[in-house]
Design a protein around this ligand. Structure first.
Ligand code: T1G
Length: 696
């Protein structure tokens, strides 16, 4: 195997080139290679240049090594060894110098970058903090305030901002090795020697308590950003070596924390979830021109996502007026992106001039590669549209429905080409939400599935494969934990306490706030749709119907569970709702009881996990990690827990099952323990074992 760090001498300059594709992660071999390279250079060179081979400088510590036995040299000692070299050491940056990568660069004495390079310390996005001197060296270079911003946000900083801040010393265009060597030669000519950052004075202190409290509040329970602030505080009032020691202790504490395990689980699985073994070697069909049926909220959002990905889109509406309205919605969303500087006016003009048209006849879809139907959620409407698509679309075109719960098999069977039919379930707003459920019907051809995933990749979505059932993966699980919340309300909990409990757990919003945001009429329509087939044993609350009958659909009507005043953020609890609930309890003869936040969170999560286990057991979701990614990217599940299945594993599946069995003593209709969960507990296995291919 080629050396992880390649060494060559060019004149008086030793060049150490990282060679650990794809992102030059700082694995053990790379770390050892850096030490060996520096020591060799000190015997024969006057200066050293460290550069990344391939597409980037080091993109950080090797995350796959976390949790495995630690092997010296550690990254802190690699950075220290580079820093105390008697030779001037230059880091020449391209791609993304992130985490341990930037820490290595801060361990060198001079930093140069090409204009497109980015730097950052994103460890908090893994539930960690910079553990190789980043919290001690960066503040010495850019001050405590700027360091807090970069470290607690985890954001990537462009080369020009990095130059302004002083993270890098120069920007130069050209080959990254050549600009590095030229810079080192200029330094030698100028008689410049080593310039350890560690020798810089402690940065000026700021109000760390205020910064700490703010980070905790913003983190919604995440501990890493706040801990990083304490580490930066140490840099301001302790000598460097002591600071490095304390940083290490804080790093090791976070590394052992469930939050870090949750976030590392999310990091790897947001990349793994779209890689299906059965699609290996399956070529997707062509994907240049799209058709979108419907110019409403979903149709317009899907169109914008496709246009921003450079695809050509033809939107079809029932008549010219509706087509114009649809085009107006698309233009409105894109102009919003121009205003926010996310899209240039030129790009906007190019899209609206060429890549998009809204029409009122299906014949315009004769040559498109894929059509996404985003029309009214009614089976008759769907079948009529797919009959038209079957008539006009070319052979080989992929016919997709954005339905969020209807039977895709039934839609497919209504065409002469069911193998070309698939579900592509976007989430509102479709140009923002990252999740895409790729719903595979019984007859969907493998290359059609591959095309669905290819579209997801082109639109920068997190695509998750789902089988066909009512609500697919996400909405089916949502219905269950939402019902659990309703049951707790009937038994005594207030919707507002439930919202507080779930935001304390880490959700941006509780279930009743989400209901108000999405529109309570959606749930109402679902209840009406399912009423004819509802099991008489099912507990249903009627007060939500009364709220809807009164026209209170949430934010869009100014009143739902909360009352919303124009221009004011958030809503205030509506006492009328509490009255409705108390009346229903009295009617049902229920004596309200207290629910602690812990009990609310536990029941809510157990309901979610139990239904999710059934979804996996039935093969609707292939793996537990698929469920985790659906909840993370479509339902606001807190990333620092990794998803419900990861959270369940960290809690211990036996304790989850024990609670479900206990709840079943009260209501054995709603709480029917998942067979898969029972089998896993009996076998002493976890959801993660299933992710790794194990079975029970
Ligand atoms: N370690 C191991 N594997 C990594 C990796 C890493 N740091 N970064 C990426 N990969 C894998 C990734 O899983 C994927 O694998 C492939 O590389 C391509 O990545 C002590 C403790 C660099 C911006 O957090 O943000 O340093 O799926 O698909 O979209 O203080 O990867 O192909 O099998 O994402 O072009 C800090 C993490 C670590 C950066 C490139 N560093 N990486 O994005 O490609 S903690 C990070 C990224 C640390 C020290 C601490 C991105 C990227 P596969 P990709 P991309």
């Amino acid at each position: 195997m080629a050396d992880a760090i390649q060494y060559k001498l060019m004149g008086e300059i030793a060049i150490l080139t990282a060679n650990n594709p794809p992102v030059n992660a700082l694995s053990h071999a790379v770390r050892q290679g850096l030490i060996d390279g520096i020591e060799r250079a000190e015997n024969e060179a006057k200066a050293v240049v460290i550069v990344g081979g391939g597409r980037t400088f080091f993109a950080g510590a090797d995350i796959t090594e976390f949790g495995k036995p630690f092997v010296e040299p550690g990254l802190p000692s690699v950075c220290a060894r580079i820093e105390r070299s008697p030779l001037p050491v230059v880091a020449s940056l391209h791609g993304t110098a992130l985490g341990g990568g930037l820490e290595v660069a801060l361990g060198t004495h001079y930093r140069i970058a090409i204009p497109s390079a980015k730097v950052g310390l994103p460890e908090v996005l893994l539930g960690l903090l910079p553990g190789a001197g980043g919290t001690q060296r960066l503040p010495r270079v850019i001050g405590a305030e700027n360091a807090i911003d970069i470290i607690t946000s985890g954001r990537q900083v462009g080369a020009s901002e990095a130059l302004k801040l002083g993270i890098i010393d120069e920007i130069a265009d050209g080959d990254v090795e050549e600009i590095g060597v030229a810079y080192a030669e200029r330094l030698l000519k100028a008689g410049k020697g080593p310039r350890p950052v560690a020798d810089l004075p402690c940065p000026t202190a700021i109000d760390f308590d205020a910064a700490y409290d703010l980070a905790l509040k913003k983190g919604r329970g995440q501990i890493a950003p706040a801990t990083a602030i304490r580490a930066i505080e140490v840099a301001c009032n302790t000598n460097f070596d002591e600071g490095i020691e304390q940083e290490r202790q804080m790093f090791m504490t976070l590394l052992a924390s469930p939050q870090s395990k949750g976030m590392i689980h999310a990091f790897f699985n947001e990349r793994a979830v779209s890689k299906l073994p059965e699609l290996k070697g399956v070529e997707p069909r062509a994907l240049n021109a799209l058709g979108v049926i419907g110019g409403g909220t979903m149709g317009a959002g899907i169109t914008v996502a496709a246009l921003l990905a450079g695809l050509d889109v033809t939107m079809v509406e029932r008549d010219a007026a509706a087509a114009e309205a649809g085009a107006g919605r698309v233009a409105g969303i894109l102009q919003g992106s121009v205003k926010r500087g996310k899209l240039s006016q030129d790009k906007y003009d190019a899209i609206m001039a060429g890549g998009f048209r809204a029409v009122d006849n299906y014949d315009a879809l004769a040559d498109v590669d894929l059509v996404i139907e985003a029309a009214f959620e009614e089976m008759g409407v769907k079948k009529a549209i797919f009959a038209e698509l079957d008539r006009v679309c070319k052979q080989g075109a992929v016919l997709a429905s954005n339905t969020s719960y209807l039977d895709v098999n039934e839609i497919a069977a209504s065409t002469s080409r069911p193998s070309d039919v698939i579900g592509l379930h976007f989430f509102s707003p479709a140009h923002v939400m990252k999740l895409l459920e790729v719903v595979v019907a019984d007859q969907t051809a493998p290359d059609v599935v591959a095309t669905g995933f290819a579209l997801g990749k082109a639109l920068r979505k997190i695509s998750v494969r789902s089988g066909v059932c009512d609500g697919f993966i996400g909405n089916r699980i949502l219905k269950t934990y939402r019902t659990c919340a309703d049951h707790m309300v009937l038994d005594g909990a207030s919707p507002y306490e439930i919202d507080k409990a779930m935001t304390a757990f880490g959700f941006a919003m509780g279930p009743f706030e989400v209901g108000d945001l999405a529109g309570l009429d959606i749930g109402w329509a679902t209840r009406k749709r399912l009423a004819p087939t509802r099991d008489p044993h099912e507990r249903v609350s009627t007060y939500p119907d009364k709220m809807c009958e009164a026209g209170n659909f949430g934010q869009k009507t100014g009143k739902g569970y909360y009352i919303y005043e124009k221009g004011k953020r958030g809503g205030t609890p509506d006492p009328e709702v509490t009255k409705l609930i108390e009346a229903e309890r009295a009617e049902l003869g229920i004596t309200a009881r207290d629910f602690s936040h812990e009990e609310i969170q536990r029941r809510y999560m157990c309901a979610m996990i139990n239904e999710a286990a059934k979804v996996v057991d039935e093969g609707i979701a292939r793996r537990p990690l698929d469920v985790d990614m659906v909840l993370l990217f479509g339902y606001g599940f807190p990333r620092h827990w990794g998803g419900p299945m990861k959270w369940a594993d960290m809690q211990g599946l036996d304790s989850i099952l024990a609670d479900i069995n206990r709840y079943a003593e009260e209501d054995d209709f709603f709480w029917q323990p998942s067979d898969l969960l029972t089998r896993l507990v009996a076998a002493g296995k976890s959801f993660d074992d299933l992710n790794k291919g194990d079975t029970v």
